[in-house]
Design a protein around this ligand. Structure first.
Ligand code: KG4
Ligand code: ZN
Length: 338
């Protein structure tokens, strides 16, 4: 039987990337991301500037995505968008745009949770093997650190979460203390490759059950740098590679301690990582190393790790197939839970 193809246009604008993707079923036809360099000079995302930049980027980004996909608006089956979590001003731009477009084209509107997007990115058709339900998703980004039990495309239960900072913040804030630009995560990743990961031991913060805490780690890095700089003002310059390697080594240790515990507790040995921090080469290598212990591990293709709209499109596609659409009264929701 020949089933009808679905064309989903997806919009992601939760933080500082304006993104639009077009999917034909589970296959990505185009995936456009416009970053915002304006934040670099401030060492972090400035919400007011982010929403203004989304306003000016969104129309050209959507236009480019349609052109690259080789389709017209009239071919679309539904519009998917990130409802939350994220920055209110940023989310409002994508939400309003998506609603207007769905209304004008008289096609369904589909709201997607940003972290569900990071998880379902594994189901984008890339010719690779896909996780089999149930699996554990470890979502690691600038705003989240969670272990999620995923039972099907729509059923996800958070079984562990951070009590304070996210792991991406731990990377970024430690990097800032070392004088690295924002976001520091990718730079620490690069510098760590040439350093000694065991040179400077940092403490592992305690958190109950499957939960995480990273604020203590951040303070430990701050005190460590202050102490060492008192003795040697050039300490950072002379030891940057080893400091980065030691920071990354400790963050990986903190992360996987609880992932191991979650695998033990649930008996689920299929583990998939997602979110911006899953681009980290040390985290990717560590996850792969558990294959020896019989885990089935999944790492998203690099282009679908940091924020993108293809992940919102694939989530929208599965929601569309199962009839989960949103009403026109749907609002952006900055703190929505998974
Ligand atoms: O998912 P994402 O693009 O945005 C949020 O939803 O937060 O994640 C951004 C985070 C930032 O903290 C950034 O430093 C981190 O992902 N990141 C990395 C790497 N690439 C991005 N952290 C460590 N190593 C990387 N290679
Ligand atoms: Zn994200």
């Amino acid at each position: 039987m020949q089933t009808k193809n679905s064309y989903i246009l997806a919009i992601e604008s939760s933080c500082d990337d304006t993104a639009c993707a077009i999917l034909k079923n589970d296959h990505v036809l185009s995936n456009i991301v416009a970053g915002q360099e304006i934040h670099l000079q401030y060492g972090g995302v400035v919400p007011e500037l982010a929403s203004r930049a989304h306003q000016s980027h969104i129309v050209p980004v959507v236009d480019q995505a349609l052109k690259k996909a080789g389709i017209t608006k009239e071919d679309l089956s539904a519009i998917a968008f990130t409802r939350g979590p994220g920055l209110m001003g940023s989310l409002l731009v994508g939400t309003s745009f998506a609603k207007s477009l769905a209304m004008a084209l008289e096609i369904p509107l589909i709201d997607v949770h940003h972290m569900q997007g990071h998880i379902l990115a594994h189901f984008i058709d890339n010719g690779q093997e896909k996780p089999i339900f149930p699996f554990l998703a470890v979502t690691i980004s600038g705003g989240h650190t969670q272990i999620v039990k995923v039972t099907d495309y729509h059923k996800m239960e958070v079984i562990g979460t951070t009590q304070d900072d996210a792991i991406g913040e731990a990377f970024d804030k430690s990097g800032k203390m070392l004088g690295l630009g924002y976001p520091a995560g990718p730079q620490i990743d690069q510098l760590a490759k040439e350093g000694d990961p065991k040179k400077f031991p940092f403490p592992i913060p305690k958190a109950p059950d499957l939960n995480y805490s990273f604020s203590g780690f951040k303070t430990a890095v701050l005190y460590f740098i202050q102490r060492e700089e008192n003795n040697n003002p050039d300490f950072i310059k002379e030891n940057l590679l080893d400091i980065c390697a030691s920071i990354q080594y400790t963050l990986i240790k903190i992360l996987f301690q609880k992932v191991e515990k979650a695998v033990q507790q649930t008996g689920i040995k299929t583990v998939a990582i997602g979110g911006g921090v899953s681009a980290n080469s040390g985290i990717r290598a560590k996850l792969r190393s558990y294959e020896k212990k019989g885990w089935n591990t999944f790492i998203p293709p690099f282009e679908y790790t940091t924020d993108n709209a293809a992940m919102i499109g694939i989530s929208g596609y599965y929601k569309f197939l199962d009839g989960y659409t949103a009403g026109m009264e749907t609002t952006a929701s900055p703190r929505i839970q998974l």
